[in-house]
Design a protein around this ligand. Structure first.
Ligand code: 5GP
Ligand code: ZN
Length: 118
């Protein structure tokens, strides 16, 4: 079942209530280009159901979060950065700078990445 939060910007993107550049979507997962990219490839991959953060997810989400991660690997292949390499990052909470409280995996690539991305 897909739950959504009326006030969540990523739920609105998933439901196409606000525009974004969607690069992949199926019944469980959506991926779209980050509005302020920090690398030539910067895609956000999200579950279609509203989960606020990694720390607020639980074992019931294990399969879904695995599918989000595997969608990242597929998108990396589609965007032809799988050979050059890429990084997938989840920011959780204040110290990591999480600003949108719908869990999202950043897919970064197309340039050499240092361990600190910002
Ligand atoms: P966080 O810091 O929470 O891990 O990442 C949130 C990301 O969402 C940021 O990289 C930011 O640029 C992106 N973002 C915020 N609002 C929007 C939006 O309305 N559209 C898109 N495509 N990206 C957004
Ligand atoms: Zn949401």
């Amino acid at each position: 079942m897909v739950n959504h939060d009326e006030n969540c910007i990523f739920c609105k993107i998933i439901r196409k209530e606000i525009p974004s550049e969607i690069v992949y979507q199926d019944e469980k997962v959506t991926a779209f280009k980050d509005l302020s990219p920090i690398a030539p490839v910067h895609v956000l991959i999200v579950p279609n159901t509203h989960i606020p953060s990694l720390s607020e997810s639980s074992s019931e989400h294990a399969e879904l979060l695995g599918e989000v991660l595997l969608a990242g690997a597929k998108i990396a292949r589609d965007l032809k950065i799988d050979q050059s390499g890429y990084r997938i990052v989840v920011n959780n909470g204040a110290d990591a700078g999480q600003t949108v409280f719908h869990i999202h995996f950043h897919l970064l690539g197309g340039r050499e990445l240092h361990f600190k991305t910002q």
